[in-house]
Each structure stands twice: as structure tokens, then as C-alpha cells.
Design a protein around this ligand. Structure first.
Ligand code: ATP
Ligand code: MG
Length: 501
């Protein structure tokens, strides 16, 4: 075994090696295949390990104590324990290894499904039906044997996405491959081979025949790569973007006001790219790429300002984003969340006076759970305009105000009693005296938090109510002042945390 092979072998999980060994010991052929082989060759960590074999589904099932088999592509899920091959193990250690027989596909009359799937005894048949050369390599880690009939290794070396065999035929069979080519380009940071690329352009219209669900899933995968901006630009260049999110293209050449260096299209994409650079989750990436989707239709020239304005692009954009995501059949929850982010992404525009009540209103509108994501979107938006600094003073100030609004202020609400209870225990009727007692109690509790019990406060209220109005008033006032002091301290502490004054 060469050093490289040894290195590769150690990164293959035990349960995968075990399944390969069981198949091979029963005299079947068994290889790792597809994305995992590509990733191992590139020195990347594979997401999942797929095994292919000349055994039929029935033969695979017969070799393992526990399997499940439900799909039409012949894939058998082998249930393993991760560490050893005992069938009885706890749920956490269960690992499923997928094994698929060598497949041959017959004609694709609908550009998306093979008319028939057949098993083959020949590994080359199976590699032939795969999409790109880098994904069409089989590897036997037991012997180090690599089966690579389309020279995927040199394409990996040269970082090229190339269709296996005739690109026109391959895209004609399954038009989702048009998007997959672009996704792998962005995921692996490869280029697309020129013949393959021309074929994508020529066959772009076939994407219409692919179901929304598959298009959506592939679009998600593209957005989640490290280079989604490159991917979407490529989708435009090979003319498939118009079948996925044509609305994005309207931003091309739409110049903005003086604060922006880029047109609306490039700004949306740069905002998305920053979200990817930050490894933000899908909802932020979707919101980023869609946030200015409605700038083209809301752009007006203001003579007064001598510049363009985009009033209402957030409101219209929220609506348009919802339409786009509904059309692509995103789950309802994601659609709602992203359209809400687009709707509120302007919360902090430079001209706006920031007040704590405005911050509170915003939190009410988007919900506590979303507020920090919205701020992260805002940072992406800023970086997407080409400004170098991620977090200027003003933004940090805003963040500290969000923190302030989220933290409960020091208030009478913290007391384990209230006006009504005090009236009950003291038999006193409503009036300013009750307020004085409350504040006096509060003053005590601020200094001695352990006194904040119903029992103590009831007892103390009965004592306090006996004092004269003047005495009580003074004590109450002291409590109020102390409360204000504490609140100021809390805010100061938060400001310090965000490095603002
Ligand atoms: P990832 O690392 O994103 O999982 P992958 O290469 O494993 O990438 P999958 O979509 O998981 O991609 O598919 C596994 C393998 O199955 C691919 O490498 C490819 O060989 C084959 N394959 C998957 N989908 C298609 C398709 N639509 N047409 C042809 N081959 C495909
Ligand atoms: Mg995979």
C-alpha cells in the first residue's frame, strides 16, 4: 500500500470497511464510488460513503443481519453499529451504510427518469451512467485499485467538471445535471470544461422539465457551497438562472445611488457571498441573495436629491421573495422567515434616528429569535456594498441597544409582590401610599436580593404601611433613584460589551 492509500484508508469509517469486507469475502466485487472517492483523492473529508457492488439487492440483503430496502434504485441500507458488526446496538451507535448494485440505465424519455433500471455485472456500466468524470471513479480500499475509465483523476488534478461521455446525451437524460455541473463547480472550486459548458447552454431549456423539488434542492446545495456567487454568475452565463430565479437577473445593470459601487445584481450576490464566507445557514443566505430583489421596480430618480431612491423596496421585496420561494416549493416556514427578513432588512438605515423604542418595535416585528440573524444579514448587506469595515461604530451601538432591549430592565416587575397584593395584606385602599411602599420594598430587595420572597415582602409591607406618608414618600423616592441608577449601570455594562460609549 502506498502512503497515499494508507492515508485514505485511515479516513474511511470502520463500518464502511466492514461492509466492503463482508461483500468481498462472499466473493462479490465491492467498491467505494462517487463523491467520496473524489473527496478522498482531493484530500477532503467525504460527506457520505457510497458502496457499489455486482451483488443484486437480494444477495446484499442475504449477507447482513439487518438491512432495509425500499427504493427503486436498488440501494440497500445496511444497518451497522459503527464499531463492530453486531446487529444489536443502541440507537446512537447505529450507522447506515448504503450499498447499490451496479446499475445500467435505459432511455430517459422525460429528461429526468430512466425508463428502466437494470442491474449489471460490470463496474464500467455503473460508472458510465454517472454525471461527471470526477464522480465516476471507483476505489477498492482493500487493494488500492482505482477504476477510472473516464480519466476523472486528471480532471480532478486540473480542477475540471466534465460530463461523462456525450454531454448532450447526458443532459438530455437528466436535465438536473445542468444545475449539478454548476453546483460542483462552486462546491469544489473547479471550472467547467468548455464542451460541457457549451452543451449546458444549448440544453438549458430542458431544465423546465425538472420538478420544482429537485431544482429547489439543488439550488439549496449551490447556496450552501463556499462560492455561491460564482455559481449564480455561472447559472446566468449558461442561461439556466432564468428557470430558477429569473427575478435576480432584473438587477443586472441597475445602478444604485452614490453609497453603492455595484449594480443591484452584483450587490445581491456579494451580500450572499459574505453570508457564505461567514458560513451562515440557509435562511440568511436566501435572505441575502433576495434582500434587494425589488430594487429594480422601485427605483425612482429624485431631482431634489440628485440621486436614485428605492422607497418601499423592502416591502415589495418581502412580497416578491415570498412568491419566489412559494414557486420553488420551499417549506412554508422557510418562506415566511426569509420574506420577513427581506421585509425588515432596512431596519438600520444610516439616516434613521435610532431609539430604544424603535429597537423594541423591530424585535416585536421579527421576534427575539430572529433579531441577531437580521443584524448578521445587515452586516452582509454592508459588506456587499464594497465597504471594507464589517462593523462600524454605529452598528455596534445598534447591537448594544438590541441587547439592552432583550435584557429585562430593572423594574418593579421583578418584585415577588405587586400593588394588589400589598392592598390585600395591608387592608389599605388604592392611592399613592401603595406606590411608595412598592418602591421602598424594591429599594430593600435591590440591596438584598434574598429578601425577594412573598413571605418577607408581605410582612415588611405591613410594617411599612404604619409609617407616616412623609416618611414613606422619602423611602419610596430613594427606591426609585436606586432603580434608575441600576438601570444606568446595566446599560453602561452592555455598551462596554459592544465597545461603544
Ligand atoms: P456530495 O459531496 O455533494 O454528496 P456527491 O458526488 O456525493 O456529492 P450525490 O448527489 O450525493 O453527489 O451523488 C452521488 C453520486 O451519484 C455522484 O457522485 C454521481 O456519481 C452519482 N449521481 C448522483 N446524481 C446523479 C445524476 N443526477 N446523474 C448522474 N449521476 C448522478
Ligand atoms: Mg454524496
Amino acid at each position: 500500500m502506498t502512503q497515499i492509500q494508507q492515508k485514505i484508508s485511515t479516513s474511511i469509517p470502520k463500518e464502511v470497511t466492514m461492509v466492503l469486507a463482508v461483500l468481498q469475502n462472499a466473493s462479490f466485487e465491492a467498491f467505494l464510488v462517487g463523491g467520496c472517492v473524489r473527496d478522498l483523492i482531493m484530500g477532503n473529508k467525504p460527506k457520505d460513503f457510497d458502496i457499489t457492488t455486482n451483488a443484486t439487492p437480494e444477495e446484499i440483503i442475504a449477507l447482513f443481519p439487518k438491512t432495509f430496502y425500499e427504493n427503486t434504485y436498488g440501494t440497500v441500507g445496511v444497518v451497522t453499529c459503527g464499531e463492530d458488526d453486531l446487529p444489536a446496538c443502541s440507537d446512537e451507535t447505529v450507522k447506515i451504510v448504503e450499498v447499490t448494485p451496479y446499475r445500467i440505465e435505459t432511455a430517459y424519455s422525460d429528461n429526468r427518469h430512466p425508463d428502466e433500471v437494470k442491474w449489471s455485472k460490470n463496474i464500467e456500466d455503473d460508472l458510465k451512467r454517472r454525471d461527471f468524470t470526477c464522480n465516476a471513479i471507483a476505489y477498492n480500499p482493500m487493494t488500492g485499485e482505482l477504476i477510472d475509465p473516464f480519466d476523472g483523476q486528471s480532471d480532478i488534478q486540473n480542477r475540471i467538471i466534465r460530463a461523462v461521455g456525450s454531454p448532450d446525451l447526458r443532459f438530455g437524460e437528466d436535465a438536473l445535471r445542468l444545475m449539478r455541473a454548476v453546483r460542483f463547480m462552486s462546491q469544489l472550486d473547479f471550472d467547467i470544461n468548455s464542451v460541457t459548458r457549451e452543451s449546458i447552454e444549448k440544453n438549458s431549456h430542458l431544465l423546465k422539465n425538472v420538478s420544482c423539488e429537485r431544482v429547489k434542492d439543488e439550488f439549496i446545495k449551490l447556496l450552501m457551497t463556499d462560492f455561491p456567487m460564482r455559481g449564480i454568475i455561472m447559472m446566468k452565463e449558461v442561461d439556466i438562472l432564468k428557470y430558477v430565479v429569473p427575478e435576480l437577473e432584473r438587477g443586472i445593470g441597475v445602478m444604485q445611488n452614490q453609497a453603492h459601487s455595484f449594480d443591484v445584481w452584483e450587490h445581491n450576490l456579494r451580500t450572499l457571498q459574505h453570508a457564505a464566507d461567514k458560513k451562515w445557514p440557509l435562511h440568511i443566505r436566501l435572505s441575502a441573495v433576495l434582500h434587494d430583489i425589488s430594487k429594480p421596480e422601485t427605483r425612482r430618480y429624485s431631482k431634489e436629491k440628485g440621486d436614485y431612491t428605492f422607497y418601499g423596496h423592502d416591502v415589495v421585496g418581502g412580497r416578491v421573495s415570498r412568491e419566489i420561494l412559494e414557486r420553488l416549493k420551499f417549506p412554508k416556514e422557510m418562506t415566511e422567515r426569509v420574506s420577513m427578513f427581506v421585509r425588515w432588512h432596512m431596519f438600520f438605515s444610516d439616516t434613521e434616528q435610532i431609539t430604544i423604542s424603535a429597537v423594541r418595535r423591530l424585535i416585536t416585528n421579527v421576534g427575539k429569535d430572529n433579531i441577531w440573524d437580521l443584524i448578521n444579514l445587515r452586516i452582509c448587506d454592508r459588506v456587499g456594498t464594497g465597504r471594507p469595515k464589517e462593523e462600524p461604530y454605529r452598528l455596534r451601538m445598534y447591537e448594544s441597544m438590541v441587547e439592552q432591549a432583550l435584557q429585562d430592565p430593572v423594574s418593579l416587575k421583578m418584585l415577588k409582590t405587586d400593588g394588589k397584593r400589598i392592598m390585600d395584606v395591608t387592608q389599605e385602599t388604592a392611592g399613592p401610599k401603595i406606590g411608595y411602599v412598592l418602591h421602598a420594598l424594591f429599594d430593600e430587595v435591590l440591596d438584598n436580593p434574598e429578601k425577594n420572597t412573598e413571605e418577607y415582602l408581605d410582612k415588611r409591607a405591613k410594617e411599612l404601611i404604619k409609617l407616616s406618608d412623609i416618611e414613606l414618600k422619602l423611602m419610596g423616592k430613594a427606591g426609585k433613584v436606586e432603580m434608575e441608577e441600576k438601570n444606568k449601570e446595566q446599560i453602561k455594562e452592555i455598551r462596554k460589551q459592544f465597545n461603544v460609549k
